[in-house]
Write a protein that binds this ligand. Structure first.
Ligand SMILES: Nc1ncnc2c1ncn2[C@@H]1O[C@H](COP(=O)(O)OP(=O)(O)OP(=O)(O)O)[C@@H](O)[C@H]1O
Ligand SMILES: [Mg+2]
Length: 305
C-alpha cells in the first residue's frame, strides 16, 4: 500500500485530536476526509505529511516512515495548508508559482514553463503578472491551487480546504484537474467542508468525528453506513417547540437534528411524518440526503430520539 496509517493518536494538552486512526490507501485516486469542525482532519493531514508528530502510532507514505524519513517524504509531497495567506504583497501569481518550483529544485526554465502551463490550466492569465495585493481573495486561493499542482514532481498532494472561496466555474475546473492528477497515478488527499466537491471528486471518503474514523468507503457506502438507508430528509425552517417529543409520542422512529432554527428529520417513514406535520400546520420541505447530512448527523451526537 502507498499510504499506511497505523494506530495514530494525537493529543494536544487535554484534547484528543486523533484516536487510534488506522487505514491504508493506494495511489491513483482521491481520498477525502470529512467531518465537523475540530474533528481532526487538519491534524491527520499534517501528520501524514510529516509536518506534525503523532503522540503515538506511525505513518508510512510511499514506503517511507514520515517521521524518521521526513527528508525523503518532503520531496514527494505538495501541501496546500488550510490557513495559507499571500504575505508577499508585491509578488505576482507567476512569481509565487515560479519561486515555489525553484524551491523544489526545478531549473529556472522548467519553473517558468510549468508556471505558464498551470496559469493556463487555472485560467489565471489575466492576473498572472499583477501584484497579489490587488487580487481578490478567491483569485489568490486559485493561485495557490495552481502553485501546488504546478509541482508535477510530487506524488502525493494534500489539499486542506482548498476549494474555499472559488467561484462555481473555477471549482468545476479544479475538480477536473484534481481527478486528472489522481488518474495519472498520484494520490490526492483532501479535507473539505464542501460536500459537492467531495461527492464529485472523491473515490473514497473517510468520515472523522472527534478524532475517530466512523465511516469509510465510497460516497454511497458512507451515506448508507451513517444514515442507515434513509434516502430523504424533512427540513423545517422555523421549527415549533416540542416537535421532537410530538413525533416520538406518535411512535415515529426519527433522528432529529436542530441547527439554529432549522430542523432536519431523518426517517424511513417520510410519508407518515410529513402528513403528521401537515396536520399540525407545519411548513416543511422534503429533500434527498447527501454527504452534508453525514456531518449534520454528527453535529449533535446527543440529539437522538
Ligand atoms: N496546535 C494545537 N494546539 C492545541 N489544540 C489543537 C491544535 N491544533 C488543533 N487542536 C485541536 O485538535 C482538534 C482537531 O483540530 P483540527 O484542526 O485537526 O480539526 P479539523 O477537523 O481540521 O477542523 P476544521 O474543520 O475546523 O478545519 C480540535 O479540537 C482543535 O482545537
Ligand atoms: Mg482543518
Amino acid at each position: 500500500m502507498d499510504l499506511e496509517v497505523f494506530n495514530l493518536t494525537k493529543i494536544y494538552g487535554d484534547v484528543v485530536a486523533l484516536s487510534n486512526v488506522s487505514f491504508s490507501h493506494k495511489r491513483g485516486s482521491v481520498l477525502a476526509v470529512i467531518g465537523p469542525n475540530g474533528a481532526g482532519k487538519t491534524t491527520l493531514l499534517r501528520i501524514i505529511s510529516g509536518q506534525l508528530r503523532p503522540t503515538s502510532g506511525s505513518v508510512r507514505l510511499l514506503g517511507y516512515d514520515v517521521v524518521r524519513e521526513f527528508g525523503k517524504v518532503r520531496d514527494l509531497i505538495a501541501f496546500l495548508p488550510q490557513d495559507i495567506r499571500a504575505y508577499f504583497y508585491t509578488l505576482t501569481p507567476r512569481d509565487y508559482i515560479v519561486s515555489y518550483l525553484l524551491m523544489r529544485g526545478y531549473s529556472f526554465n522548467d519553473a517558468r514553463r510549468r508556471a505558464r502551463e498551470v496559469i493556463g490550466d487555472f485560467e489565471l492569465e489575466e492576473v498572472a503578472d499583477k501584484h497579489v495585493m490587488n487580487l481578490s481573495g478567491g483569485t489568490i486561493r486559485r493561485m495557490f491551487l495552481a502553485m501546488i499542482f504546478a509541482a508535477d514532481d510530487a506524488e502525493v498532494y494534500f489539499l486542506d480546504e482548498a476549494f474555499v472561496g472559488l467561484d462555481p466555474r473555477v471549482r468545476v475546473k479544479a475538480w477536473g484537474i484534481v481527478r486528472r492528477v489522481a488518474r495519472s497515478g498520484k494520490l490526492v488527499l483532501l479535507a473539505s467542508h464542501y460536500m459537492d466537491d467531495v461527492s464529485t471528486v472523491a473515490d473514497r471518503v473517510l468520515v472523522l468525528s472527534r478524532g475517530r474514523i466512523i465511516a469509510d468507503g465510497s460516497v454511497m457506502e458512507v451515506l448508507e453506513s451513517v444514515l442507515g438507508g434513509v434516502r430523504r430528509k424533512i427540513v423545517i425552517r422555523d421549527s415549533p417547540a416540542q416537535l421532537r417529543e410530538t413525533l416520538a409520542d406518535l411512535g415515529y422512529h426519527v433522528t432529529v437534528r436542530t441547527v439554529g432554527d432549522m430542523t432536519f428529520i431523518y426517517t424511513n417513514d417520510v410519508g407518515g411524518v410529513a402528513s403528521t406535520l401537515s396536520d399540525y400546520g407545519v411548513r416543511f420541505e422534503v429533500n434527498p440526503v447527501g454527504l452534508e447530512d453525514v456531518v449534520i448527523m454528527l453535529g449533535g451526537a446527543d440529539e437522538h430520539s
